[in-house]
Design a binder for this molecule. Structure first.
Ligand SMILES: Nc1ncnc2c1ncn2[C@@H]1O[C@H](COP(=O)(O)OP(=O)(O)OP(=O)(O)O)[C@@H](O)[C@H]1O
Length: 383
């Protein structure tokens, strides 16, 4: 039985949360928590969209499994929101088909698609109490009052807002408003949940808590979810699978590990982490014969620095370290647990991350170092 735990933020604000309430008490209904996974529950087939002269996205093909949490990640303007809105039916598309659970929904109006949507700005009705905001969709569907009350109560319990049921939106925090918006989307038991940057307007602490809470709820309900963000950390933390978008295309898809450690293109490497992207020539100067591709990506944490004065055989070096090359530390930034160095080496400026082991271990700016690269982590990429 899965129990939603109340993280510190929730405990601070929801003093009377009944810890015996568990979401497993909820009927699975059509969320289908117990249904066998269907690998193509949501099918996006050759979707394309233009706004006037602007091709917003094209050749979008994807299969999303039932219960999967997929994140659309990419820079501003790459078409994430427009794609999400197209699935919700809030934007038309010019080409392609959208299929949910075997039913084509491409031409259906939003209310007939069985999708729930949560936006960055929660757009609650300011003059309605929490319960009425959440019940709104059910009232539209003419669900009988008693059932409406029961379902609203159930979903408010799920998002830990039961004790705020009679409040108005202006009496709630931003995080609580967003949970009302989530409850409003969930109460109609959507087949697909679509979320467009739902956490972006919240402060960092609430955001961290809500990420976890959202993911817990999504897993518990087995709810197929598409989540839009431009925040790489959020995508890596939350997703079963990430679709990395660039210029209206899905550049690469995979789980967090694959996306982070094996970017296949220059753009993917440029968006994930703080990769050093080197030309073939630069890679050859740094790595010698090891380098094979026209372009190479190197993670900052796969490069190791050793002071030239340190003559101990590099105990911390990876087994497949390349030959050390001399470099000079040009800049040093303390990022908390990590120290980021800019090191000039073979005429290239490399970004190198090292664990912050305390001031005794910090390397001084303008000091000379030996630079070693973990050859197992050298990633050949496309042009
Ligand atoms: N209604 C519209 N009319 C014309 N162009 C639009 C419209 N909506 C979006 N666009 C354009 O489509 C492109 C993609 O926008 P979209 O909002 O989907 O990107 P995004 O990746 O979600 O960006 P962000 O992260 O900034 O929200 C942009 O160039 C945008 O200017």
């Amino acid at each position: 039985m899965t129990t939603l735990t109340a993280a510190p933020y929730a405990r601070d604000h929801l003093s009377t949360l009944d810890r015996r309430d568990t979401v497993a008490d909820l009927p699975a209904r059509q969320h289908g928590a117990t249904a066998p996974a269907s690998p193509d529950y949501l099918r996006l087939e050759s979707l394309a969209k233009r706004f006037g002269e602007t091709q917003v996205f094209s050749q979008i093909d994807a299969l999303i499994a039932k219960g999967e949490f997929v994140t659309l990640l990419g820079p501003s303007g790459c078409g994430k929101s427009t794609l999400l809105r197209a699935i919700a039916g809030l934007n038309s598309i010019d080409e392609g088909r959208i299929v949910v659970d075997g039913e084509e929904i491409t031409a259906l109006p939003p209310q007939q698609r069985g999708v729930g949507m949560v936006f960055q700005h929660y757009a609650l009705f300011p003059n309605m109490r929490v319960t009425d905001n959440v019940a709104f969709g059910l009232a539209m569907q003419k669900v009988p009052q008693e059932e409406r009350r029961r379902r609203v109560d159930e979903v408010l319990r799920l998002v830990e807002l039961r004790e705020h049921a009679d409040k108005f939106p202006h009496q709630l925090s931003g995080g609580q408003c967003q949970r009302v918006a989530l409850a409003r989307a969930l109460v109609v038991e959507p087949r697909i949940l679509l979320m467009d940057e739902p956490l972006s307007a919240l402060d960092a602490r609430i955001r961290r808590h809500l990420r976890q809470q959202l993911r817990d709820i999504q897993k518990t309900l087995g709810l197929t979810t598409l989540f839009v963000t431009h925040d790489q950390e959020e995508a890596l933390l939350m997703s079963d699978r990430i679709f990395l978008m660039h210029d209206g295309r899905i550049l690469q898809q995979g789980d967090a590990e694959a996306l982070y450690t094996r970017p296949r293109s220059h753009q993917a490497a440029g968006f994930m982490g703080h990769y050093n992207v080197l030309s073939g020539e630069q890679a050859h100067a740094l790595l010698g014969e090891v380098s094979r591709a026209a372009r190479v990506a190197l993670r900052p944490e796969a490069i190791y620095l050793q002071p030239v004065s340190d003559t101990t055989p590099g105990g911390e070096l990876p087994t497949h370290a390349g030959p050390g090359c001399r470099g000079v530390i040009r800049r040093r930034q303390l990022l908390g647990n990590v120290v980021r160095y800019a090191v000039e080496c073979s005429g290239i400026e490399l970004s190198v991350d090292a664990l912050n082991r305390g001031s005794r271990h910090l390397l001084a700016e303008e000091s000379e170092v030996l630079v070693f690269v973990d050859l197992d982590e050298v990633q050949d990429i496309e042009e």
